[in-house]
Design a protein around this ligand. Structure first.
Ligand code: PHE
Length: 345
């Protein structure tokens, strides 16, 4: 093979091998292999000295051209690899500034509302309808229509918050949901099977078990021939439907001006199921609220004939139900609206 042919082969070989190199490091070692002292080109250069003057000049020029061709192939590949490397680095360092919509952004019903919804479901399943009344009431609805005349000693059962409206002490924040009984009865004739959930207010200092605002659910049944047995049976049916078959109810004699006879409504302790524990003061029972047969004077205030109709009413606090169910030991949590607390339920 003539020297010209050998140089052409070296150039071809350099071009195809440079194109296959994948990294800059590989390209560097290919460069020294093709252009270094021990390379094929290097050896041919050494051979120049054995040639005579004319041949040497021609061969020297051909060698320089071949050298330049190899160098050009390496430089071209270097430019490619550096461009690739730059693209890769830009991709790696790219900041993703896409805005995404937080999946937790939707809220949900407050724990107390969830509890009222569940209570309503059970009573609606038993044939009751749901009614509501105002939280700012007149003295008449909150007290007088419920057989609690002015200066009646029973008024001290409720530490009343008054609203500065009208004559002194004529407007109150309702101290219980019982005034809604009056409004429901005023709304139409019996039969009535209603429950009335809502917020009530009493002059109380906030602590772990008291709040000046809390929640009750009232029940009222008025029909022909309603007896105390119907009251006891309804509360027992509600108790097992809401709390499950292990929890039962009992009634203890008590006093309320708007019911006669009156009773306290207790259920088995939800923690010890009646065994007796610290939460229930070792009695095995938890007090939920009051109940009784609607007093004839209450029927009289709404124009119902107590000879024709009879009925029962009950009212109990609902905050404690949410607290027992979820192991909450401070009632203030239900009202401070700390999002870290609320999102747990
Ligand atoms: N309103 C009473 C209370 O808040 C509870 C009650 C309601 C008692 C209905 C009897 C009948 O203490």
């Amino acid at each position: 093979m003539s020297m010209i042919e050998q140089l052409a082969a070296i150039g071809d070989d350099a071009e195809s091998r440079a194109a296959e190199v994948a990294t800059l490091a590989e390209l560097d070692s290919l460069g020294s292999e093709l252009l270094g002292k021990r390379s094929r080109l290097g050896e041919l250069k050494k051979g120049l000295r054995d040639l005579d003057e004319d041949e040497r000049r021609a061969a020297g020029r051909a060698l320089n051209d071949a050298n330049a061709r190899v160098q050009a192939a390496l430089d071209a590949r270097r430019a490619d690899l550096e461009a690739q490397e730059r693209r890769r680095r830009l991709d790696d360092e790219r900041l993703d500034l896409t805005e995404t919509i937080a999946t937790r952004a939707l809220g949900h019903l407050h724990l107390v509302t969830q509890t009222h919804d569940r209570l309503e479901d059970v009573f609606v399943g038993m044939g009751f309808t749901v009614a509501e009344g105002p939280e700012v009431e007149t003295d008449w609805y909150n007290f007088q229509a419920l057989n609690i005349p002015e200066s009646h000693p029973a008024r001290s059962m409720w530490d009343t918050l008054y609203v500065d409206l009208g004559p002194p002490e004529s407007t109150v924040l309702r101290t219980h949901t019982s005034p809604v009984q009056i409004r429901v009865m005023e709304g139409g004739p019996p039969p009535i099977y209603s429950i009335m959930p809502g917020r009530v207010y009493r002059r109380d200092t906030a602590d772990a078990s008291h709040m000046p605002v809390f929640h009750q659910i009232e029940g009222l049944v008025v029909d022909k021939g309603i007896s105390f047995a119907d009251l006891a049976g309804t509360l027992e049916a509600f108790t097992t439907a809401y709390f499950g078959g292990a929890i039962h109810s009992r009634l203890r004699p008590s006093y309320f001006p708007f019911t006669e006879p009156s009773a306290e409504y207790d259920i088995n302790c939800l923690f010890c199921l009646g065994e007796g524990c610290q939460t229930c003061g070792r009695t095995g029972w938890m007090e939920l609220g009051g109940c009784g047969m609607v007093h004839p004077n209450v029927f009289a205030s709404v124009g119902y004939d107590p000879e024709e109709w009879s009925g029962f009413a009950f009212g109990f606090g609902t905050d404690r139900l949410s607290m027992n169910r979820h192991g909450i030991n401070d009632i203030r949590e239900l009202f401070t609206n700390d999002i870290r607390f609320l999102t747990q339920f």
